[in-house]
Write a protein that binds this ligand. Structure first.
Ligand code: BTN
Length: 323
């Protein structure tokens, strides 16, 4: 695409400048076409200066994700082959479920800069201001329906790994799908599925990561328990590079999962901060306390109560009391 090529040439110019004539001849298009592409880039938020006898130069790069930038250098085969990027959607999960039912391929990624109706777990809202990451990945695993919750665990392993690598911060998983740093939530996952009794049609693996937003954007009660990657790392985070790392880690762990669930469970245990802790579990109309002993082969949490009975928890909220 000529517009992307122009951007690439401007970005890689040693002096910063590339003349209109040079751009036109390298792309095999007219100077008027070059000018039109420059105008489109400006419309997308780039600042581009035109200096007589020197050419064009980028003066401002918008802090927005761009599909072509994410794709460039992305080392995946399936996840992210088709990336659909939006300025604003109701929910990337809703869009991913719709796209999947219309035949979108496995690995299709829906990303948005903001969501007006972001969905959290247990029917909650996921507040989605600018500056973070909101994405959903379409998956079509050939596994029995009751194993679907394991996909959330795959996602949690990928998110925690990508954050650790990209931001050098100690992200850990709180069962089932929260990612925490120093006890505060930085990311969450929401898996939605369309299935028949014995077959999964498709899954939308939704991931929300609080990256560069101002915490003031959140209501006081949520803010208290939330942090951002920028806060933890002490610097603004390159969201494009983080998405690329995330998609790569997701593909890596998803492939492993399809051949060896045990390996993913092992990695999940390495990255988790729940097992071995005293916890309270709430949310399914009751609340109880016990020792989080481990997860079973379907990703459910095993909690030993004080009378030594074991409760198997498929869904709920966990609060960690102490180690
Ligand atoms: C949670 O911790 O409650 C899960 C939050 C999941 C939020 C993500 S943001 C991208 C995707 N689209 C949604 O509407 N929700 C998920």
């Amino acid at each position: 695409m000529s517009k992307e090529k122009i951007l690439q040439l401007l970005r890689s110019s040693r002096t910063g400048f590339v003349s209109g004539a040079d751009l036109a001849s390298r792309l095999g298009i007219s100077r008027t076409m070059v000018w039109k592409h420059i105008k489109t880039l400006e419309h997308e938020g780039f600042g581009i200066e035109a200096v007589p006898s020197q050419g064009y130069r980028i003066t401002l790069t918008p802090d927005l994700l761009r599909q072509a930038d994410i794709k460039q250098g992305l080392k995946t085969r399936t996840i992210g082959k088709d990336i659909r990027l939006f300025a604003e959607v109701v929910s990337t999960n809703t869009l991913a479920m719709e796209a999947a039912s219309q035949g979108a391929a496995e690995g299709t990624v829906i990303i948005a800069e903001t969501q007006t109706g972001g969905k959290g777990r247990l029917g909650r809202q996921w507040i989605s201001p600018q500056g973070n990451l909101y994405l959903s990945v379409i998956l079509r695993p050939n596994i029995p329906t009751h194993k679907a919750p394991l996909i959330t665990l795959v996602g949690a392993v990928a998110v925690a790994s990508a954050i650790r690598k990209h931001c050098s911060v100690p992200a850990a998983i709180k069962w089932p799908n929260d990612i925490l740093i120093s006890g505060k939530k930085v990311a969450g996952l929401l898996t939605e599925m369309s299935a028949e009794p014995d077959r999964i049609r498709h899954i939308a693996l939704g991931i929300g990561i609080d990256v560069n937003m101002e915490l003031q954007e959140l209501p006081q009660d949520v803010r208290m328990h939330t942090t951002t990657l920028a806060n933890e790392a002490g610097a603004k985070i390159d969201r494009k590079a983080l998405v690329q790392q995330l998609l790569q880690d997701l593909e890596h762990w998803y492939r492993i999962f399809l051949t060896s669930e045990a390996e993913v469970l092992k990695e999940w245990e390495q990255l988790n901060m729940t097992i071995g802790c005293r916890v309270t579990v709430s949310g399914m109309g009751e609340i109880f306390e016990g020792l989080a002993q481990g997860i079973d082969q379907e990703g459910r949490l095993k909690v030993a109560l004080d009378d030594n009975t074991i409760r198997i928890v498929a869904a709920g909220d966990v609060t960690i009391l102490k180690r």
